[in-house]
Design a binder for this molecule. Sequence first.
Ligand code: FEO
Length: 410
Amino acid sequence: MEKNIMLNENTYWVGKVDDRDVPFHRLTLTKGTTYNSYLLNTEKPTVIDTVDISFGREFVQNLSNIIALDEIKYIVINHTEPDHSGALGSLAAKAKNAVIVCTEPAVNELKEMYRLHSREFLVVSDGDTLDIGGKILKFMQTPYLHTEETMITYCEDDKILFPCDIFSTHIANYEYFNDLAKEDIKEDFTVYYKLIMHPHRRYVQEMIEKIKDLDIKIIAPSHGFIIRYDVQSFIDIYDNMSKSTDQSKKALVLYSTMTGNTKKIATILKEKFEEQNITSEIMDVNKVPMEEIISAINEADTIFFGSSTRYGDMIGNMEEVLKNLKTLNLESKLGATFGSYGWSGEAIEVIQDYLNESNLKVLNTSDIIKSTGMTDIELPLRIRFSLKEDSLKSIDRLVTYTSDLLLSAI
Ligand code: FEO
């Protein structure tokens, strides 16, 4: 059983130190990790996040030594991945009066993962507060840090930020606080940032904006050290590393359109790249001379190719452009396919075949899932008829991902 660690007079660390080699996102954490859970023992006792499922029973037993579990009023789940929500099923079974607090996208995930369909949930939105009897908690949504449903929790009275994965380190340790660490943790802290957060750097900036006016005395993350010394310097690491500083990257969007829908997608792609500080250019391949198109391809860092489909094939000069790809050295460039279609959208697939035969690094859904865990970007980008709201979101996510790849040399 872990000993209980106090952050202040009624805030307990009730987590688990895992000093094994821990498998994690196709890596092995040779320094182990910790799963940090916290108990705020107020008039309405509240648990913030839990531990990995393999330690669920031990976690609940440990907690029961501090508090009668049926007195727990709230269980806050900032992030649904099982290294933090893993003990929710065991805890909820004993903490029968507890309301589970999470974001809207998290509710169904938690219900399905832990069979909690009949439990009471409190769904919180960005900026909502909750009085837990003596303390006020404020919730801020931090989508894609690093999954869609994530949020962070700030205790206004104690000035403690509970950001779950954000500001974490993977180091098993029994010192718990960064001022007691045996070595400087900033290298491990930075490695963690690069692996987990940097692929979502735009969202890191949004998070920084949300917390910038908070008075944060302690950061209590859900892996590794609790940061209570030199707090701002750790926030600054995230801020500095997630800023876009390189505006020299170029995106080129080539299209051939029949009714204007594919042109509309191309235009939005261009605008979204510009929002990401990427210089972008759009070309109708039927109106620009081939030499100019080839020259633009050679200068670009990423090239998107799009065509409408007519009679099962692409239209206009797009195929002529694609035939040239084999003669070019595109090794360091990213490529992607898009298009609007009405029935089957064969042109999009034929373009993709051409890209796969070139030496472009062709963006695809499988690689995105494997490298980031993001499941909501579909490539090739296929839009049936005209753009809808969900397609715009999808384009935004795709461009953010591509821009992050272009700008991620750190
Ligand atoms: Fe530590 Fe995203 O789980």
